[in-house]
Structure formats: C-alpha cells, structure tokens
Design a protein around this ligand. Structure first.
Ligand code: PGA
Length: 255
C-alpha cells in the first residue's frame, strides 16, 4: 500500500477550546483499528490550526502532526501582525502551509513572496506544504497548465534537489475549494501527473515528490481520488473540522 497523507487545513476556524475538544475526540477515534494499524507508517495525519490554537493542539495531539497555515520569511523585526519561523518552531511545529489560494487571492501574496517563504522554511528544516492551482476562469480558458507551470516554476526553481524533495506539494484547483465541486478523478490525475513531471524536471531528478490533492475532499470522493497513481494524499478544509468526516476519508479509502 502506498503511504497516504491526510492533512487538515482548519483555516480561520476552531478556538482553543474547540481545538482541545477535537483532539480529545480524535485520540479515541485514532484507536479504531483501521486507522491505528496504519498511523505513523502508511498513514500520516497532520492538522493545521489557526496560530492561536496551535499550542492547544500540541498539548493534545498524540501521534498527529501539528503545523501552521502561514509564516513570514524574516526571523524577527518590525512586521506587525506576522509570525516567524522561530515562533512556530518553539511551539513544536514541523510543517507549514505556504501559498494557499486564499493567501494568494485574498491577501495578495505574490509568487516571489511565496518563493522567499519556501526558502526560509526549508532553511530552518521545517516541511513546507506548498499549494498551487488554477482559478475557474483560467481552467475554462485553457490555461490550467500555464498557471501550474508558472506557480511551480517561480516557487521552486531556485531550490536545490534536496530541498525540493522535502516539500509536500498540494494541487488545489481554486474552483474546487469550499465549493462542493471536486475535480473529476481524470482532471485531478492529469494535473498531478503534469506537476510531477514538471517538478522532476525543475529539480533535476528529485527521487521523492509528494503531491496532495485539495478541493472539496470528503469521505464519499476520497477513495477514487486517493487511488489515483499521482495523488499521494489530500489537503482537506471543511471535512477536517469534524473528527468523523476527517478520519472517514482514510477509512473509506481502505474499505
Ligand atoms: P475544502 O478546502 O476541502 O473546504 O474545499 C480545501 C483547502 O482549502 O485546502
């Protein structure tokens, strides 16, 4: 069985108390044999809470990885409202999401800024979860691969092969995020296969390329998506807010 990455992006949801309650329920749910037999080996679970809930998640996480949804590339200084890599490391974070489409579109984060963030995160030996993907109008006008090409090239072309091998990539077509519309298995597979070949080329032959799919992943579409050869896992928004729907994604895949 291939290793499956089940990552949950909570976005701006879950207070400290809600986070604690979630992990209490999660720790008993993880004892379920379908999950416990695989966790830590063929199954890797990570949750990305908002900054203010990271400490509560850390205290209760058990065998689940806890990461952050964003970070700034400078280590300290006059950057009001930003959070640095040492601040995340001090909390025990090992993973950080970079370039989620909501950061790109709502907060205007540019490809250049995201490349700086990627470099800084990798230099600090954390694992970036680097998101990319096209908008609806870009897909409809036949620009899907141009957008993927641009976002991946500007993001990683200055990194070494070794650095690129440590990135977890997440292809998330923007039109499928939070909309209930999932890419068809064929669309998801084609985009991830294209990405894999491009990443291989940009890295001069990376031996390890991990690509997740994200966008309205739910238990009922998980099996089909996770069975695709170029998809190693899923980045889940809405369905990660409830323990049951989150873990059912893996359970339905195994059934
Ligand atoms: P969604 O979000 O599962 O709610 O569509 C996915 C994401 O934004 O990572």
């Amino acid at each position: 069985m291939k290793k499956i990455y089940l990552y949950g992006n909570w976005k701006m949801n879950m207070t400290c108390k809600e986070t604690k309650d979630f992990f209490v329920r999660m720790s008993s749910a993880l004892e379920d044999k379908i999950v416990s037999d695989f966790l830590g080996k063929e199954l890797e679970i990570a949750i990305f809470p908002p900054f203010t809930s990271i400490a509560a998640a850390m205290e209760n996480k058990g065998r689940v990885i806890v990461g952050a949804q964003n970070v700034y590339f400078e280590h300290k200084g006059a950057y009001t409202g930003e959070i640095s890599i040492p601040m995340l490391s001090e909390l025990g974070c090992t993973h950080v999401v970079i370039g989620h489409s909501e950061r790109r579109s709502v907060f205007n984060e540019s490809d250049e800024l995201l490349a700086s963030k990627l470099k800084a995160v990798l230099s600090a030996k954390l694992i970036p979860v680097f998101c990319y993907g096209e908008k609806l109008e870009e897909r409809e006008s036949g620009q899907t691969y141009d957008v993927i090409n641009k976002q991946l090239t500007l993001g990683i072309s200055k990194l070494s092969k070794d650095e690129i091998e440590r990135i977890v990539f997440a292809y998330e077509p923007v039109w499928a995020i939070g909309t209930g519309k999932t890419a068809t298995p064929q669309e998801a597979e084609e985009a991830c296969e294209y990405s894999r070949n491009l990443i291989y080329k940009l890295s001069n032959g990376a031996g390890r390329i991990i690509i997740l799919y994200g966008g309205s992943v739910k238990p009922d579409n998980a099996k089909e998506l996770l069975s695709l050869p170029n998809i190693d896992g899923v980045l889940v928004g809405g369905a990660s807010l409830k323990v049951e729907s989150f873990l059912d994604i893996f359970k339905f895949y195994k059934k």
